[in-house]
Design a protein around this ligand. Structure first.
Ligand SMILES: *[C@@H]1O[C@H](CO)[C@@H](O)[C@H](O)[C@H]1NC(C)=O
Length: 961
């Protein structure tokens, strides 16, 4: 949700027309642009763009005012320090302390601050009590490691005057070349420049200055129009510190694709933003906001922000992470250079130039060098944390709607899923379950028996997720708001009163989770004995945490609101959401003494680091093909940006999907790491059993495919939790050398399984074109039709009942084939292995298994195996490391066996074989297992099925064919 604003006049008007003409029309819904700033309506965006234009216009005659004072440079223990001097006028120079840290991980970090503000040597306007420093605590919320300084980084002795060169990275193959005047930095790998800072001269640190009263009409007053105060949509931002933005251009020479900086409803390969055909006119914006009825193919901001960008070219990925939690915009321009002007464009090289600017805070940027996408994921994850290993249930199907209206309604939906044999794991309650939108309460009339409801769910190991938002209803006698107020845990307005705004409950206050005491108090609201009638199978959804404020500027809080420690809301806006989620996560960790479980929290607002504690979704999309299509690049982009646990509302939040659209959406939704159906309160009911056959049967089949592959999904999430790799991966990530695949964002790979899916996202389709990069064989998942041929698209049939899904030869895919009501009930089920052989008759794969619920895996309670097939032998070897709880876990899993092995494309000679030899834990099995070979018609691969090899999933074994 949110869902609908209290009916706007526009809506009221439309609705009255509908009533008037008595016909059912679906109004084309679009975002209300007037509610959100365009760049020219945001003072610092306009100023930074204008600055860039001015610099570009002056070209070579431009003199950047920023110089690194050579005498100030110190290099010690992997860190360079100095002072960048900004010359404002002949007698005004501003000192900007610079730190460049060279990290053991191979990353580099550049930080620029402002000396006067560090020293508190400035005056605030309006008698404000806010902090004087540039915000320097974002890393407290975001960074978890990877900051060890390099021991081997060293000044390059071969230097030139006016330059400082630092060798760093693995074997010192990286080099930072720092020019003193004008100040700029080139980052090189193997002698080649991959990333440039301030190469265009857009570096802009708006220093503190006192306000001077200029006379009307002298030009100065006009120039300063947005410096001291800004008004938008009737809200005035008092800006007690005046203008204070930081901006920088970052170029990637030779790179024509940049990805990342979610969240935007746009293609994964980011577009140019300075106009022109097919380009955006506006920069990509990151200012977490509740964008009602957001539009697609747009650089507009959405609910979450991850200011992490990757540039990719053949065989090289590099990345930058802009660590700043204030409002941020990024302009992107691509330029072509022709090394030989006579060659008519042959060998043209594209350079992507990006221009970043944030409204406040320090300039703080990390540079990662890859060169593989996997190495980028790893380095970024080391810094901001890897994705949480979620509870197993959360990878199943989630059934949500605004709202299931009574506890009996929930019980009924639960029974219907069973009646129609559709698996699901979680049912969700939106805001209406509360007593008058007072969180931590149940509506006594509609939910008289929440306990009984949850007990029924628990019988089939299902869970309940309920919504808890950060806006707290102002109502006397409501203990949560009374405690919030009496303890001073609420966010304050600029005049030091508790901030009051409008949200679902009406008049509300907002908990300030930047305050560690407030966060602790918030966490303390979740234990079972405190939050009455919640059980071990209750989990939490944090919505509206941008925060959404219906009557606030851009539907959020005023920027001059004040948080804990006197930081302005302006400074911390984009981490507001994760501060709440962190507190909720801590609340769920131990709700009863001694019962520690992995929390599950869904958040709408996010920032870098959210992956450690939550899942997210793409917010309030619409029931149309366009939104189905855009969900794929959005999910892929989040995945490569370190936050893979994401999905889109299946079916679309607003509006009623056609039966075909809903069916296709389920077939696509099974590929979202977070797989949830959700719908707005004004939509018709659409639980999958309601739409009738053949649709219901087709949807049930799709959901069962998700459940069949849960072992592969869980393994992919495990990889994400240790390596930072995306759970579903885009084409470039899997084939980084294949240039034709770089901008493909409508097909995806599941983890490392070689499973390649291309969901249907258009109406009436009967086939899709799947792009194949390499000359391996790809087999249709269901009938083993072979697709082969590198660098081209292959037409794969996709009638409504068919999910286009291929297996790249060379992989072993773990499955569980027995249909069950929920993932919890599959725990002791046997496994099936699908071995899709490659050209050389080889294949491999992995599986990760643990209890799916506790943190015992941290003490070794897991199974991690590598399967490989070569020389006609399939074997399983241990790749885990042991811990104190390993033996006990293995013992508990003893009875879990492999019941079937399917080998795709085995050699013809297997026709003669009827059995195989099985060796388990060093001993030959007493009986041989039967093998059956299936020849096929042309175009389809033969396959063989080995029944009941009966080897243990946690054991070491080999099967000789
Ligand atoms: C929540 O925040 C605390 C304090 O900042 C931090 O120690 C902890 O790691 C965070 N939790 C997660 C899951 O990131």
């Amino acid at each position: 949700m949110p869902k609908s604003r209290p009916a706007s006049p526009r809506w009221a008007l439309l609705l009255s027309f509908v009533v008037l003409f008595g016909c059912f029309i679906i109004p084309a819904v679009t975002v209300e642009h007037a509610n959100f700033k365009k760049c020219h309506q945001s003072g610092f965006c306009k100023r930074n763009r204008a600055y860039a234009d001015e610099v570009s216009a002056q070209g070579y005659s431009w003199n950047s005012p920023y110089e690194l004072d050579a005498a100030s440079i110190r290099f010690k223990d992997g860190q360079l320090q100095g002072t960048v001097v900004k010359t404002v006028s002949a007698n005004e120079k501003v000192k900007l302390p610079l730190t460049i840290s060279f990290l053991e991980s191979g990353a580099a970090r550049v930080t620029v601050d402002e000396e006067k503000r560090l020293k508190g040597d400035i005056e605030l306007r309006h008698g404000s009590k806010v902090r004087k420093e540039r915000y320097n605590e974002v890393e407290k919320w975001v960074l978890v490691g990877g900051l060890e300084l390099s021991k081997s980084a060293t000044l390059n002795p071969e230097t030139e005057s006016g330059l400082t060169k630092v060798l760093y990275g693995p074997e010192n193959k990286f080099q930072a070349i720092i020019r003193h005047a004008p100040f700029d930095v080139q980052f090189q790998r193997d002698g080649q420049t991959h990333v440039q800072f301030n190469n265009k001269g857009y570096l802009n640190v708006e220093h503190w200055r006192p306000k001077v009263d200029h006379p009307e009409g002298d030009g100065e007053k006009e120039k300063e129009e947005t410096w001291w105060e800004e008004t938008f949509g009737g809200n005035t931002d008092s800006k007690p510190r005046g203008p204070e933005s930081v901006g920088l251009d970052i170029s990637f020479p030779g790179y024509s694709h940049v990805f990342g900086i979610p969240e935007h409803a746009d293609s994964m390969s980011l577009k140019e933003t300075r106009g022109g055909s097919g380009n955006h006119e506006e920069p990509y914006r990151m200012y977490n906001a509740d964008v009602f009825e957001y539009e697609t193919n747009s650089p507009m901001t959405l609910y979450g922000s991850i200011p992490f960008m990757q540039a990719h070219r053949k065989d090289s990925t590099v990345g930058v992470f802009w660590l700043n939690s204030a409002e941020t915009w990024v302009d992107i321009v691509k330029t072509k250079s022709y090394p030989n002007p006579l060659a008519l464009g042959v060998g043209a090289k594209t350079t992507t130039q990006t221009h970043w600017f944030s409204e406040s805070g320090r300039l703080d940027v990390f540079v990662f060098f890859g060169p593989s996408p996997q190495e980028i994921s790893k380095a970024y994850g080391e810094l901001t944390g890897y994705s949480q290993l979620p509870q197993q249930f959360s990878l199943g199907y989630h059934q949500c709607r605004w709202n299931y209206v009574t506890d009996e309604d929930v019980r009924e939906v639960d029974r219907k899923f069973d009646k129609y044999k559709i698996p699901y794991d979680v049912i969700w309650l939106d805001i209406e379950y509360t007593d008058g939108k007072k969180y931590f309460t149940w509506d006594p009339l509609t939910f008289p028996d929440p306990r009984g409801m949850q007990e029924q769910l628990d019988e089939s190991e299902r869970k309940l997720v309920i919504i808890i938002d950060p806006h707290i209803k102002v109502e006397s006698g409501y203990p949560v708001v009374e405690e919030l107020k009496s303890n001073g845990y609420a966010t304050k307005s600029k005049d030091d009163n508790i901030y009051e705004g409008w949200c679902w409950p009406g008049s509300s206050h907002w908990v300030d989770c930047l305050n560690p005491e407030a966060a602790k108090w918030w966490a303390g609201l979740f234990p079972y004995d405190k939050f009455k009638d919640t059980l071990h199978n209750t989990f939490i959804w944090n919505d509206m945490n941008e925060p959404s404020v219906f009557n606030g500027p851009e539907t959020t809080m005023p920027k001059d609101n004040v948080h804990h420690d006197n930081w302005e809301h302006r400074d911390i806006h984009n981490i507001n959401g994760i501060a709440l989620v962190n507190a909720t996560y801590n609340g769920l960790l131990e709700r009863k003494k001694g019962e520690i479980r992995r929390p599950f929290v869904l958040t709408r607002s996010y920032y870098a680091g959210a992956q450690r504690m939550s899942a997210t979704w793409t917010g309030d999309n619409q029931a149309s093909w366009e939104y189905l299509a855009i969900s794929l690049p959005m999910v892929l982009n989040n995945g490569i940006s370190g936050f893979p646990f994401i999905g889109a509302d299946v079916g679309g939040f607003f509006g009623d999907p056609s039966k075909e659209l809903l069916t296709r959406w389920y077939q696509a939704g099974i590929w979202y790491p977070f797989f949830r159906g959700h719908a707005h309160i004004d939509t018709r009911r659409r639980e999958p059993y309601l739409i009738g056959d053949p649709y219901t049967a087709i949807i049930a089949q799709a959901i069962r495919l998700r459940y069949q592959l849960l072992p592969a999904w869980y393994t992919a999430f495990h990889e994400a939790s240790v390596n930072g790799t995306p759970v579903v991966r885009p084409q470039f990530y899997v084939h980084p050398a294949d240039e034709s695949g770089f901008d493909i964002d409508d097909q995806l790979y599941l983890g490392s399984t070689g499973l390649l899916a291309k969901p249907v996202v258009s109406e009436g389709a009967t086939s899709v074109d799947i792009y194949i990069a390499d000359d391996e064989k790809y087999f249709d998942y269901f009938d083993y039709t072979i697709y082969q041929g590198a660098g081209k698209r292959h037409t794969v049939p996709a009638p409504l009942e068919k999910i286009p899904l291929l297996m790249q030869g060379g992989h072993i895919i773990p499955r569980k084939d027995r249909p069950r009501r929920s993932s919890g009930l599959m725990k002791w089920d046997p496994y099936t292995l699908v071995v899709a052989l490659d050209k050389n008759g080889k294949a491999d794969g992995t599986i990760y298994i643990d209890d799916g619920e506790t943190f015992d895996y941290e003490s070794g309670a897991y199974i991690h195996r590598r399967f490989s097939f070569q020389d006609s032998t399939l074997s399983s070897e241990d790749v885990g490391t042991k811990g104190p709880k390993t033996a006990k876990f293995l013992k508990s899993m003893e009875g879990v066996r492999i019941e079937k092995v399917v080998i795709v494309d085995p050699p013809k000679e297997w026709q003669e074989k009827s059995s195989v030899t099985v060796i388990e834990n060093g001993a030959k099995a007493a009986s041989t297992s039967p093998l059956e070979y299936f020849a096929q018609e042309r175009g389809k691969a033969p396959f063989a099925i080995l029944k009941d090899p009966n080897v243990g999933i946690g054991n070491t074994w080999s099967i000789e064919f």
